[in-house]
Design a protein around this ligand. Structure first.
Ligand code: SF4
Length: 284
């Protein structure tokens, strides 16, 4: 007898109209960010996704299942929006997940406090989010939150070659085709996302601040590679940078709303905005 299908887990395509990626996209082209948000609201599949993005999203779903409450059930029953068993992207994501599961036992990252944690959720944190992030509404979804005790922290030195202090960590899974030069440095100090999810967690959980963030990297090599980057707590300078970025966007949104930035239609990678190609950007 086959298992009943488990629900689709990690969001494939689309995102919040008040999330990090929306605001970062808005900084490039307000019109595109607004059209993306409208499409996500209407649950229109993003046709601009590519194989690497699909593999990343499906691998996230496997990891959500692994660390989440359905972990005892077979991952074969997972359903992926628009993808079926045997699809090359599903097969590749499954290969990554199998390698991950073999190397890292489920309890190795500490006590799971939540998977796909949506903030602020129902928490009354408006003032703290405004003071910390600089914009409201603001939402984020954190892949995994765990609490690591001293014994587990010592063990992580063996399993992940990482120096991790005991405490609460916000964790983001990443899949990548190759390791970039200075990969740890990039995540530790130069990624808005890794600062913002820490500030959001702390704003929504002032009595349980995080000790930092972990980037759980999975490399899509012939032999799957792994790397864990420990991102330090947000210092005052980085916190100010986050605030300036988002409060600046909030200020601009009041006057520009969905201004079409025609300088963003062609990317330096040779791609063209899909709203240009489909003539959906009618105000251009
Ligand atoms: S076509 Fe250009 S101006 Fe219009 S949404 Fe796309 S990037 Fe923005």
């Amino acid at each position: 007898m086959t298992n009943p299908a488990l629900p689709i887990l990690h969001t494939i395509g689309g995102g919040s109209a008040h999330g990090l990626h929306h605001y970062m996209g808005w900084a490039q082209c307000p019109r595109k960010a607004v059209l993306d948000a409208e499409a996500a609201e209407a649950k229109v599949a993003n046709s601009a996704t590519n194989s690497a993005t699909n593999v990343g999203s499906i691998a996230h779903a496997y990891l959500e299942h692994y660390y989440g409450p359905t972990h005892g059930e077979s991952s074969h029953a997972l359903q992926f929006s628009g993808h079926v068993a045997g699809d090359p992207d599903v097969s590749e994501a499954e290969r990554l997940f199998r390698a991950y599961r073999k190397k890292f036992p489920r309890d190795e990252l500490g006590l799971v406090l939540g998977v796909e944690v949506e903030l602020p959720g129902e928490l009354p944190a408006k003032e703290r989010i405004l003071n910390s992030i600089g914009i409201y509404p603001f939402t984020c979804k954190i892949d995994l939150v765990t609490e690591i005790d001293a014994k587990q922290a010592a063990h992580l030195k063996t399993t992940r070659d990482s120096d991790i202090e005991p405490g609460i960590y916000v964790i983001d899974h990443k899949t990548a085709g190759r390791r970039m030069k200075n990969e740890p440095e990039k995540w530790m100090h130069h990624k808005l996302q890794m600062k913002t999810i820490q500030l959001m967690w702390n704003a929504c959980n002032p009595d349980r601040p995080c000790k930092g963030a972990l980037v759980n990297l999975i490399y899509r090599r012939k032999e799957v590679g792994f790397e864990t980057v420990v991102v330090p707590p947000v210092d005052s300078l980085a916190a100010r940078q986050v605030q300036v970025f988002f409060s600046g966007i909030a200020e601009l949104q009041r006057t520009l709303y969905d201004w079409p930035n025609f300088l963003a239609c062609y990317s330096s990678y040779g791609t063209v905005c899909r709203y240009y190609e489909t003539a959906q950007c009618r105000r251009l």
